[in-house]
Write a protein that binds this ligand. Structure first.
Ligand SMILES: [Zn+2]
Length: 486
C-alpha cells in the first residue's frame, strides 16, 4: 500500500473537521445528530481517516451519510472497506454511479439536499471532471457567525486532457461542461473553501496557522472566486498547450502535393515525411468495393469519363494516376488499412458516397482503429447515421467557410460529433477559442499554401489536413525552437 503524508485530523471551524492525508481528503460534519462524511479517499487513505476519527473522538458508527464528490478512486475506493465499519448511506451523483466498482445506497441529483441534525448539505451537479461531479454547500456556525462552506467536487482539469478523454472514451463535451460548472459555481457565495484535495485550500498550512492561534485562514470569502478563476485559466492553458504540442498534421490524400493523391505512393510519402496522420476519401465501385478516391468524376485524375460507381474495381485499377512523373493505381480501403492500420498513425476517413457507413465502420472495427480514426463528412446525415450504427467512432464535421453557427454547433453536439473541421478562413483566434469553449476539437481543412498553413497553426487549431506535410512539420519545429529560446 502506498505511504501517504498524514495531515493530523483537526477542526477547521465550527462543526467541520478534516481527516485524511495530504494526497486524499475526507471531511466530517458533526450535525449533533450523527456525522456526515464527504469523500473517503482510496483504500490507501483509509488508515489516515480512521486515525483521524480516533484523534477527534468520533465513532464510525455515527456516520449516517457518506457523500461522494465523484467516482474517482482517490475519492471513493475506500468505500467497500469502510462499509465493514459503518452503516452509513453512501450517495453519489447519479451519472457517476455506473462508474463505481461497488453499489451505492442512492444517487444524488442537482439541487438535492441532505439534512441531518443541524446541517443541510445542498448538492449541485457540476460535471466536467466527471459526468456526475457534485459540489456541496452547507452552513457552519463558528462562534456567533454563520459561514457558508463550499466544495467544488470536480475541480481537476487534468482529466480533461486529450490523452485522458481518449483513453477512457469520455466525450470531449465534458470540457464545455467544466467551463459551465465553473461559471455556475462562481455565482455561489462561499465564505469557506473546502478542498476536494488538500492543495485546493492549503489544508496543511491552514492547520499550522490554527495551531499557532492565528485568525482562521479558512474563512476567506475571496478564496472561492480566486480558486475558480485560477481553475478556468489552467483549463484554457491546457487547451492552448495541447493544440501546440499535439498539433495533428494529416497528410491530405497522402502527400498529395508531390504524388498522385489517394495512392499508396502518396500515403507512404506522407508517412516518410513524418506526418503523424493520413487523411483519405472513401467511395464505392460498381461492384461494391470501397476505394479511396476524392473527385466526383474521374476526368481530372484518371482522364476517363464517368465516376467511380460506373466502373468495377478491376476496370479502375486499369486507369493509372500520375503526378510529377510518379504513377500509381487506385487503392481499396482494405489495401490501405492493411498497410497502415497497425502503424502509430491517426486517420481521417471521409465519407464521399452515401450508404457506405456500415462498411466503413466494419473496416475500422476489423482493423481495431476505433481510437485512431475519425470519420468525417460534409454531410451531417452520413455522420448521424454513422453515430447510430457505430456510436464508439469519433466523428468530424467538415464545414464550409462561414457556415458555423451556434445552431450548427448544437446540432453537432446532439449528433455526437465532437470534431469540428472548419475551412482555413474561419480559423481565427476568437473562433477557435469559442469552439474549444464548446468542447470541440478543431481540425482545419483547405490549406492550399504556406500562409494558410501558418494561419491554421498560429490561430489555435488542433490539427489540419495538408498536401505538403513536410513544410508544415518544418514550420512547427521552427516555432517550437523559437519558443524554447524564449
Ligand atoms: Zn477526480
Amino acid at each position: 500500500m502506498k505511504e501517504f503524508d498524514a495531515i493530523p485530523a483537526f477542526r477547521m471551524l465550527g462543526n467541520l473537521y478534516f481527516v485524511g492525508s495530504y494526497q486524499q481528503s475526507s471531511h466530517i460534519i458533526d450535525t449533533g445528530d450523527g456525522l456526515i462524511m464527504i469523500d473517503v479517499g482510496g483504500e490507501e487513505n483509509l488508515p489516515y481517516v480512521l486515525a483521524g476519527f480516533e484523534r477527534l473522538g468520533f465513532s464510525l458508527a455515527d456516520v449516517k451519510y457518506l457523500l461522494l464528490s465523484h467516482w474517482h478512486w482517490d475519492h471513493a475506493d475506500g468505500v467497500p472497506a469502510l462499509r465493514k465499519l459503518t452503516d452509513a448511506k453512501v450517495l453519489i451523483g447519479e451519472p457517476d454511479a455506473a462508474w463505481l466498482k461497488f453499489p451505492v445506497d442512492g444517487v444524488l441529483r442537482d439541487g438535492d439536499k441532505i439534512t441531518l441534525g443541524n446541517t443541510t448539505v445542498t448538492c449541485l451537479l457540476t460535471p466536467g471532471h466527471t459526468e456526475g461531479s457534485l459540489s456541496f454547500f452547507f452552513d457552519v456556525k463558528d462562534g456567533e457567525q454563520t459561514l457558508r462552506c463550499g466544495m467544488f467536487g470536480g475541480a481537476g482539469h487534468r482529466q480533461l486532457s486529450k490523452a485522458f478523454l481518449d483513453k477512457y472514451g469520455i466525450p470531449y463535451f465534458m470540457r464545455e461542461e467544466f467551463f459551465a460548472s465553473i461559471e455556475r459555481l462562481e455565482k455561489e457565495h462561499v465564505d469557506v473553501l473546502v478542498g476536494n484535495h488538500s492543495w485546493h485550500n492549503r489544508t496543511r498550512e491552514g492547520r499550522e496557522i490554527l495551531l499557532q492561534g492565528g485568525p482562521n485562514p479558512f474563512i476567506d470569502p475571496a478564496a472561492w472566486g480566486i480558486f475558480l478563476a485560477a481553475l478556468r485559466k489552467k483549463m484554457w492553458k491546457l487547451i492552448a498547450d495541447e493544440s501546440r504540442e499535439q498539433f495533428l498534421v494529416l497528410a491530405h490524400r497522402g502527400a498529395s502535393e508531390y504524388c498522385p493523391g489517394n495512392t499508396m505512393l502518396a500515403f507512404y510519402a506522407g508517412v516518410y515525411m513524418g506526418a503523424p496522420g493520413i487523411e483519405t476519401d472513401v467511395r464505392r465501385t460498381k461492384d461494391g468495393v470501397l476505394v479511396l478516391f476524392h473527385d466526383a468524376t474521374l476526368e481530372k485524375a484518371m482522364g476517363q469519363p464517368g465516376s467511380i460507381s460506373d466502373y468495377t474495381l478491376e476496370e479502375l485499377k486499369g486507369f493509372p494516376m500520375e503526378k510529377n512523373g510518379l504513377r500509381d493505381r487506385i487503392p481499396t480501403l482494405d489495401e490501405f488499412l492493411a498497410a497502415f492500420g497497425d502503424m502509430d498513425l491517426s486517420f481521417a476517413i471521409e465519407l464521399k458516397d452515401a450508404d457506405i457507413e456500415t462498411d466503413v465502420a466494419e473496416a475500422i472495427r476489423r482493423y481495431g482503429l476505433e481510437k485512431k480514426a475519425v470519420v468525417t463528412s460534409f454531410h451531417l446525415e452520413y455522420l448521424q447515421k454513422m453515430h447510430t450504427l457505430a456510436p464508439e467512432l469519433k466523428l468530424g464535421y467538415l464545414a464550409r467557410a462561414g457556415k458555423i453557427t451556434e445552431e450548427v454547433l448544437a446540432q453537432l453536439k446532439a449528433s455526437g460529433i465532437d470534431t469540428l473541421c472548419p475551412r482555413v478562413p474561419d480559423i481565427l483566434p476568437e473562433n477557435t477559442k469559442d469552439w474549444h469553449g464548446h468542447g470541440f476539437r478543431v481540425r482545419a481543412w483547405g490549406v492550399t499554401n504556406e500562409e494558410d498553413m501558418r494561419q491554421v497553426y498560429d490561430n489555435g487549431a488542433d490539427g489540419t489536413t495538408v498536401n505538403f506535410p513536410d513544410k508544415l512539420l518544418a514550420y512547427i519545429q521552427e516555432q517550437n525552437a523559437k519558443n524554447e529560446e524564449k
